[in-house]
Design a protein around this ligand. Sequence first.
Ligand code: GLA
Length: 382
Amino acid sequence: MTFTDIFDTDVVGRWAAPGRVNLIGEHTDYNDGFVLPLAIDRQTTVTVGRRSDRLLRVASSFEDGVQEASLDALDPAALAGWSAYVHGIAWALGEGARGVPASDLSGAFGLDVFVESDVPVGAGLSSSAALECSVAVAMNDLWELGLDGPALAKIGQRSENDAVGAPTGIMDQSASLLGRVDSAVFLDCRSLDAEVIDLGFAAAGLELLVIDTHVEHAHATGGYVARRASCERGAEALGVSSLRDLGVDDLPRAAEVLDDETFRRVRHVVTENQRVLDTVRTLRLEGPGAIGSLLDASHVSMRDDFEISVPELDLAVATAQATGAVGARMTGGGFGGAAIALVPTDLREAVSAAVVRAFADAGFTAPTLFVVHAAEGARRTA
Ligand code: GLA
């Protein structure tokens, strides 16, 4: 299936946006903290035609049918299914977001949008952000809105929060829009200052291996929402506007004030922020071969304090660590999805085989393993 099988308008361009892997800094973004994700060489592409009316018509290579909505009647409450990620961006552009003025779409023309993607869905690699950001850069260009990457990231987050209904942070869209080849995006989620950090994996003989457990997760419900609420409770009890305002030195006081569970949630966020800063410093001073213990400690914190891991992720991480990975951790929101392992290139096959064997022995669904490279963020491709 291609654009021309479905639509009869002329193609005016193609735009692409990548998925992401988070190297470190999990559940810190909505706490105004630090994250260090990278855009990956798996992307979503939209091929777009210009319409003479005000309809936004959306189709994809992975599902039959065309979903349409008028630019004059974008109601976030009525958007459903994956096309909500497309229509929701137009809605959010018209509404604006924190610090981003509403765009005047009264003169905007309708679009035919055909979506293709090789970002696995449900693996915790931000297939939704890839879709949102490819659509956002296309609309921004075609409707000449003049928004920059950080503004489009906020529009993407607004759409995900209020049109799709998942209360996620700003990390995934920022990575998808601001990523650079061989680099990670070091983002301060309070100021939204972003810095590109060299990874240098290949030069150090390392590769980033993704282990997709195929355990499904969803952020609109359940654990993600509950963890956010715990963080807000903890911040309030400690008298700060967000957990970003706490450092490791504040933890003894937090232990006295908070119940055990809330304390452990807070401890994860506070120590994870510190690990992001330590990882950035270590990458700069010593290179990627020295960040393994930080990745490992991040996983322990997510498993034991934040309690967002699952047995499949723990097994993937432990097996990779035991068979030669420099470091490993689950990545993304948790409760399923993928783990990452930083592995010496010459051990990749052995680590992969060991993980596959360990999953079979445990009776788990076979994982999918693949190497990702840090890639360029969202852009026009044709
Ligand atoms: C999901 C969300 C992000 C972030 C991560 C956890 O990927 O979309 O905003 O909160 O979980 O770090």
